[in-house]
Ligand binder design. Structure first.
Ligand SMILES: Nc1ncnc2c1ncn2[C@@H]1O[C@H](COP(=O)(O)OP(=O)(O)O)[C@@H](O)[C@H]1O
Ligand SMILES: [Mg+2]
Length: 369
């Protein structure tokens, strides 16, 4: 699929802007703090209904404005798809092909996007939360039901935790939440396990190609509680663990077991590179994960996702840059960069080059390779 057009209104530092994109490569250049990442962010909200930079939707409303709106037109499987998202101080509303939809979840199966930013390059070495977020983001795109289950799990967890923080704690009140927590928790665990198995197969192959067979990645699910192959078994086990840990949870004032503590283990040639990898290994792994993510979306949905590369090309060395660019046929690409080297420009397939300055986008020239 690809994006044809975006219209922005009061989105961050954009007042009113309309941009038409190339179906293959869109290079967005400009000095710092001009609106390059803002533009990518405005496109990204079409996929998950929220930003990749902030959890607070209202941050995207232009300073001193009441609302912001982004409308995009894309082509998917030969058909035009129009999505409009309006964010006001009180909430958000979405229209798909002119029809109002009530929830974020309706968006999920429409636009598939993968974003890759310098933050993502650190995903391997950073705290488990980052890797959980990565898994959740992808699973939400692939399985809208996962999005629902995750939302429910988080809500119940929050309620259980707030009970644990009260002055006077009634154990049976807390146990009331355990049934639901175990139900949704088990669903999340099962889905994560399936996802990581698939991702592992693909990223093994990709990492092997990037490193000429020197370092093959091995991803595994580091579930916070023991993984069980059946759902009922998983649920019962999680319930047992919740009640077993209740006393210590009361002391800690938070829930200590469950998928909110999961991690993704990333090894290369038997070494846990989260902790012991060189920066080079960690970057190669991050790149493999991202490319695996794109392939997996394509395999599972039949749709080529759109890739947003925010300032990441200049962070990769020549070899990794080449690999990335050359493995992206069929994917519509958005690349932001402060400086575009001729070398990179030559390698990119045909596309458009844009220049962003102070919230305005100019289509500069065609890249005619
Ligand atoms: N809600 C907002 N309203 C208006 N301007 C904003 C808002 N959020 C960020 N900005 C401005 O956007 C600019 C940063 O844009 P960004 O896209 O991150 O820059 P870059 O081109 O370096 O990627 C800054 O000047 C910042 O003040
Ligand atoms: Mg930026």
């Amino acid at each position: 699929m690809y994006l044809k057009k975006a219209e922005l209104r009061n989105f961050r530092n954009y007042h009113e802007e309309s941009v038409e994109f190339h179906s293959k490569v869109n290079i967005i250049t400009g000095k710092n703090a001009q609106g390059k990442t803002n533009l990518l962010e405005s496109l990204y909200i079409m996929s998950l209904g929220k930003s990749f930079r902030t959890n607070k939707d209202t941050e995207m409303i232009g300073f001193d404005q009441e609302f912001c709106r982004v409308k995009t037109t894309s082509m998917k499987e030969g058909r035009e798809l129009e999505i409009e998202i309006t964010i006001g101080k009180e909430g958000k509303s979405t229209k798909i092909n002119g029809m109002k939809t009530a929830k974020n979840i309706d968006l999920l199966e429409n636009v598939y996007m993968v974003v890759f930013s310098p933050e993502d390059l650190k995903i391997v070495k950073e705290e488990p939360e980052k890797r959980r977020k990565f898994i959740d983001r992808e699973l939400c795109q692939l399985k809208p039901i996962y999005y629902k289950n995750l939302g429910r799990y988080k809500k119940i967890l929050q309620q259980r935790n707030s009970l644990l923080k009260q002055q006077e704690i009634k154990e049976d009140m807390i146990a009331v939440w355990d049934e639901g927590l175990a139900e949704y928790g088990a669903k999340i665990i099962q889905e994560r396990n399936r996802f990581i198995e698939k991702l592992n197969k693909i990223s093994k192959e990709i990492s092997c190609r990037i490193t000429n067979g020197k370092e093959t990645l091995d991803l595994s699910y580091e579930a916070n509680i023991e993984y069980k192959s059946g759902f009922e078994e998983q649920k019962e086990h999680l319930k047992r663990m919740l009640s077993k840990n209740l006393k210590s949870d009361i002391l800690r004032r938070s829930t200590s077991v469950g998928p909110h503590k999961d991690d993704l283990k990333i090894c290369a040639e038997g070494i846990d590179i989260r902790h012991f990898g060189s920066q080079g290994q960690q970057r190669t792994a991050a790149l493999s994960l991202k490319l695996a993510e794109i392939r997996l979306i394509k395999e599972e949905t039949g749709v080529s996702p759109i890739l947003l590369l925010d300032d990441v090309l200049s962070e990769l060395d020549g070899e990794r840059q080449n690999f990335l660019i050359n493995s992206l046929e069929e994917v519509q690409l958005f690349i932001t960069t402060t400086e575009l080297s001729d070398e990179v420009k030559k390698q990119l397939p045909e596309g458009d080059i844009f220049f962003v300055e102070n919230g305005h986008v100019k289509n500069l020239e065609k890249n005619t390779n």
